[in-house]
Design a binder for this molecule. Sequence first.
Ligand SMILES: [Cu+2]
Length: 156
Amino acid sequence: MLKLIVPVLLVVLIAACVSQTPDNAQQNQTSVTPPAGWQELPPQPPATGLKEFSVIIGHTFYSPSTFTVNKGDTVRFLANAAKGTGTESGLNHNHGMTIDAYGVNQAVAVEDVNNPVVIEFVADRAGEFTIYCKTCLDGPFGTNHPAIQAKLIVNG
Ligand SMILES: [Cu+2]
């Protein structure tokens, strides 16, 4: 019995769809008729511009730890060491931001959010790039320093 019902149901469903198609097509055509003078725009590239981020670098973290931009954007980090972690607080090493693919390698010793270290570059290649702290690794801790990392995502 079930073997018979399934094909019958399918036929009914298909018939219902087919019978509605002309109506739907007509409605759709009517609803998308462009107004007079309307022109279709060519595909637009993603908007590019300046993307500015305030970054705090701690002994064990970047905050925030993910930065997302579009290819072609100018990226500007306004970077500070977290309170108590820079040389201003007597700690014996600096922190910083390094992005190998973009040639960025900048120590960040200041702890004044009103006077940050400015790191700026054009994100001209798409992909995911690791931000790490070469300044820490080159300092007295060496590879024993916590491997602080963040991520730059450049959408192409
Ligand atoms: Cu550190």
